[in-house]
Design a protein around this ligand. Structure first.
Ligand code: PGA
Length: 254
């Protein structure tokens, strides 16, 4: 079986201003680009919107790939402040994160909005990275299956109605693991992965998904996390903003 390259997705969030993000890229340009030359993996940088295109332009000769951190659930129209999937495709964006818990919480992104975003992205050929995951209270109450099932089935509600097919990434990011240094056990992540595949089988016919893990991935825990069966990539937040930490994750077995 031909496996797809392992994905290392760097989510820079809004941690850097335009100048800081551009300087961070320029200072580490050669090193980022050299990390991306290895065939077995792909590096996807996700800076914030305003600096996405300048960085993509600066890295256009490299094998780096780029992603946005969100997009509109709508195709076109009077949606002040939003960015369309069509625009992302036109600037050459390969990926777009949707449904990140920070976005769901602060911008009241509903499951239905996420379904609209998935549809738009697949329509324009941008691969959605759909984030799913439970809060600590839900984890403690044993509600993980319920939460994940709901998030997955609603994310594909509209694509299912339209008969849309395509490739997506699903990132399991327990909310309690994001930025906390806590990570779930390998066994827990594997059981969630199994469940995602099962739910997706029914909810997303025609959808091929790569499974990612995100939440406090670091150079210290990458060895253990790489044991997760079925793992096809990481979504990395804070460790992606320090080149050495990011490199340590990408090259730990090299
Ligand atoms: P973290 O963030 O690696 O800092 O936990 C991950 C994310 O929010 O995608």
């Amino acid at each position: 079986m031909n496996r797809s390259p392992f994905l290392y997705v760097a989510n820079w969030k809004m941690q850097l201003s335009f100048n800081e993000a551009f300087a961070f890229y320029q200072e580490n340009k050669e090193r980022f680009e050299s990390l991306a030359t290895v065939e077995e993996h792909q590096i996807v940088l996700c800076p914030s919107f305003e600096v996405l295109h300048p960085i993509m332009y600066a890295g256009k000769e490299s094998s780096l790939l780029f992603g946005a951190q969100d997009c509109s659930a709508h195709d076109v129209g009077a949606y002040t402040g939003q960015v369309s999937a069509a625009s992302l495709a036109q600037i050459g964006c390969s990926y777009c994160i949707v449904g990140h818990s920070e976005y769901r919480a602060r911008f009241v992104d509903s499951d239905a909005d996420i379904a609209g975003k998935v549809l738009r992205l697949l329509t324009y050929g941008v691969t959605p990275i759909i984030c799913v995951g439970e809060a600590w209270q839900e984890y403690e109450k044993g509600l993980v299956k319920e939460v994940i099932d709901r998030q997955i089935s609603t994310a594909f509600q509209i694509t299912q109605q339209h008969g849309t097919s395509g490739n997506v990434c699903i990132a399991y990011e327990p909310i309690w693991a994001i930025g906390t240094g806590k990570v779930p056990s390998v066994g827990h992540i594997e059981s969630v992965f199994e469940q995602i595949s099962e739910t997706l089988g029914a909810a997303g016919p025609g959808i091929e998904a790569s499974l990612l893990y995100g939440g406090s991935v670091s150079g210290e825990n990458v060895g253990a996390l790489k044991q997760i069966s079925g793992l096809e990539g990481f979504l990395i937040g804070s460790a992606s903003l320090d080149f050495q930490k990011f490199e340590k994750i990408v090259t730990w077995d090299k």
